[in-house]
Design a protein around this ligand. Structure first.
Ligand code: NAD
Length: 254
């Protein structure tokens, strides 16, 4: 009889780019809670590791943990990604969660290319650099799409193009990396309360359009995505590769 698959990520090591951000931070907390070790790679350090004067609030017990490590990283920098890969010994999961968008500025080619570089080329860079690590652990890569993986956006055309391409890259990498026993999937978050989405939430017309289509009528918390990432990283997802899973409160269904 086939063994029942485990949902556990205990003891696994997870690298999260953009791990200082809203969604990446929720992933970090989720994996830590379930016994994994987390490496946060971001342009800026997580709040717990920032100098005291920069912290928006007092440290709480549990903020500083031995199982979390910060690595400064710009995912646009080939050499920095390669250097990080050389510093990391073992890795079970890479989540590419770094992100940026610039409303109404992305028609400028240099901005367009920067957004593509972070979301799409950054994805490829990480996949290439960490393929040997993931091969060694039979691990997985988790990419981050968006609702804009499925439709266009007049105000953020580069972001939408990148997020659509992430779905395709996820399929191509899944086919290529299967030879090494590595799974590659993506999560397409719905409407999540973080910094990147703040301008949209604070634009009354945009906000009304989004919430009108959401069956629950509300933006979600970053924590609402963590369970899907943990599941995808667990042995229970061993047959899942090449897919993008919307975690969107029913937005794409309506
Ligand atoms: N918030 C949403 O509603 C939503 C919806 C769909 C998809 N997403 C995606 O989720 C991911 C996480 O976004 P978030 O909502 O947590 O936003 P966020 O702004 O809270 O976090 C983004 C993080 O990425 C980091 N970052 C930006 N550029 C970087 C670079 N060049 N190198 C390394 N780190 C860099 C930032 O420092 C920040 O910590 C992004 O890919 C975003 O596009 C977010």
């Amino acid at each position: 009889m086939t063994e029942q698959p485990s949902f556990s990520v205990a003891g696994k090591t997870v690298l999260i780019t953009g791990g200082t951000g809203g969604i990446g931070g929720a992933f970090a907390r989720g994996f830590l809670t379930h016994g994994a070790k987390v490496i946060v790679a971001d342009l800026k350090p997580p709040r717990e590791l920032q100098p005291r004067e920069l912290q928006p609030r007092e440290l709480q017990p549990g903020d500083l943990r031995p199982d979390i490590r910060y690595e400064p990283l710009d995912v646009r920098d080939d050499a920095a990604v390669d250097a990080l890969a050389a510093r990391i010994e073992t890795l079970d999961t890479v989540i590419h969660c770094a992100g940026r968008l610039v409303r109404w500025e992305e028609y400028k080619p240099e901005v367009f290319m920067d957004i593509l570089n972070i979301h799409l080329v950054g994805n490829l860079r990480l996949a290439n650099a960490f393929r040997p690590h993931l091969r060694a652990t039979q691990g997985c890569l988790i990419n981050i799409g968006s609702m804009y993986s499925y439709f266009g956006a007049a105000h953020i055309p580069a972001y939408a193009a990148a997020k659509t391409a992430v779905v395709s890259l996820t399929k191509s990498l899944a086919l290529s990396f299967a030879a090494d026993g590595i799974r590659v999937n993506a999560i397409a978050p719905g409407w999540i309360k973080t910094e990147i989405s703040r301008p949209g939430r604070e634009d009354p017309a945009f906000n009304a359009k989004v919430t009108a289509r959401l069956p629950g009528g509300e933006w979600a918390e970053p924590e609402d995505l963590a369970g899907t990432a943990i599941f995808l990283a667990s042995p229970a997802a061993r047959l899942i590769t090449g897919v993008t899973i919307p975690v969107d409160g029913g937005y794409t269904a309506s």
